[in-house]
Design a protein around this ligand. Sequence first.
Ligand code: C2E
Ligand code: MG
Ligand code: MG
Ligand code: MG
Length: 293
Amino acid sequence: QAKAAGRRTFVRYDDSMDVANRRRAQLSGALHKVLDRGELRLVFQPRLSLAAQRITGVEALLRWTSEEYGEIPPNLFIPLAEESGLILGIGEWVLREACRTLRQWHDAGMTSLNVAVNVSVVQLLRGDFSEIVRRVLADTGLPPHALELEVTESVLMANAEQAAAKLQALREMGVSLAIDDFGTGYSSLAYLKRLPITTLKIDKTFITDLNRDPDDTAITTTVITMAHSLGLTVVAEGVESETQMRFLDHFRCDEIQGHWLSRPVPPADCLAFIRAWVPGTTSGAAGNVVPDA
Ligand code: C2E
Ligand code: MG
Ligand code: MG
Ligand code: MG
């Protein structure tokens, strides 16, 4: 009987592997059609300078509503798009759409706003990535200094030498460069110093437990000090409360991003939020009442 039970367990395990693989294959299949079907859209989340009490810009975040499978989170489909190479076309679409939207906002008078776009290492390491960026900026008319490209720390570390050269070319164009999810990838100070980056984004896992977990508090204050000593702008992501905001302000974190200010929302809502935002207000009420897009 034990043998039978064991066998049943094994079979069930096998089945669930099949289900997971089948689901991945189905999603990958659907992912091939996203651009043709127009199933992608961008949402935007504002970033606040604490010292200047000014919205400095926005991060563009990708959303996919599949005809067959509904809303699929980026943490699920971005890795699939990277494996299949589809990220190249999708990433270029994101870049173009983000720059086009910001150019519209500039034309509407909001010329000081920047846009941050997440870039996959698959895009970055491809031969002509800086050429694609150059072309998108030329086509959309967005000035290079209004664009920031975010690359996650872990992938940079895994491809250090190649990545450094790629980033250099982009930096020379005048584009800003951020390391995303900082604190999760064990970068050394010496390594950071060699990269032509402008911005560090502290990963939200450290922000969540600020004030409660002494380790996270120590990491956050250390990263802020270190970033400033290297002349970098430091951004905290995932700021959800006024307490976290005040802590970060006290330790001279330059900018914050998170639900406390605003959730990621569709472009028109984001622009309306930025226009209506009043310096010194303690909560981005407009952002907080909009459900996560
Ligand atoms: P990320 O670049 O670190 O983006 C921040 C994530 O934190 C976003 O998740 C955002 O919605 C979420 N977030 C913002 N504020 C808060 C907060 O206060 N609390 C919490 N708990 N979360 C908050 P999202 O949109 O699901 O994106 C997840 C990840 O997917 C991104 O992390 C990024 O790595 C990737 N991603 C999203 N869009 C793109 C894209 O266009 N291209 C590439 N290559 N990756 C993308
Ligand atoms: Mg990001
Ligand atoms: Mg991040
Ligand atoms: Mg992340």
